[in-house]
Design a protein around this ligand. Structure first.
Ligand code: HEC
Length: 155
């Protein structure tokens, strides 16, 4: 009886460990989209939402968040920009362990700065953070895309 219970336990723990292995394989983190796809579908559109929060034409602000919900959306887009930094840093996607994480961190810092500005509904601070984001885009492109001279975003 006792040894039966023991063998049942062994079998049970064996099943458990197999389940754990296949589970961790299923939950594995791996790059799926190309860098170009991430830039075009996520980095560029969400950063545009932040840039658009502070645009002036002839001294008059155009567009820009007005309601609380507008500001919340700007904040969410800034947070998503910061989140994409995790995607850029994934093993298999990061281009190196030197400049790449530094460039990515610069974008994350600037995106979090924008998120804070949106939380405070501060247009001046959004403008400053937007400039920092733009510098982070350009800095990485200059380093990693050959022949980059033109700005990546309209600004
Ligand atoms: C950590 C580095 C890095 C940062 C930061 C970065 N990019 Fe990129 N980006 C790249 C690389 C590398 C490519 C080239 C991808 C390719 O074509 O393989 C690229 C390509 C692009 C493209 C062109 C896609 C195409 O080929 O048509 C756009 C648009 C773009 N980035 C926008 C942005 C914007 C906007 C930001 C800032 C909000 C930004 N990127 C920040 C590395 C970066």
């Amino acid at each position: 009886m006792a040894s039966n219970t023991l063998s049942q336990l062994v079998v049970a723990s064996l099943i458990l460990s197999i389940a754990t292995v296949s589970c961790s394989r299923r939950a594995g983190v791996e790059p799926i989209a190309t860098l170009e796809q991430i830039m075009e579908t996520t980095v560029e559109p969400v950063s545009d939402r932040v840039f658009d929060a502070a645009v002036w034409e002839n001294g008059v602000q155009v567009g820009g968040p007005k309601s609380d919900d507008d500001w919340k959306l700007v904040q969410a887009n800034a947070m998503m920009l910061a989140e994409t930094c995790n995607l850029l840093l994934m093993p298999g996607r990061a281009k190196d362990e030197g400049g790449w994480p530094i460039r990515t961190q610069a974008m994350k810092d600037a995106a979090l700065e924008a998120a804070k500005a949106a939380e405070l509904k501060n247009t001046e601070a959004i403008l400053t953070a937007g400039t920092h984001i733009y510098q982070a885009c350009l800095g990485c492109h200059l380093q990693y895309i050959p022949q980059t001279v033109a700005p990546p975003a309209k600004r």
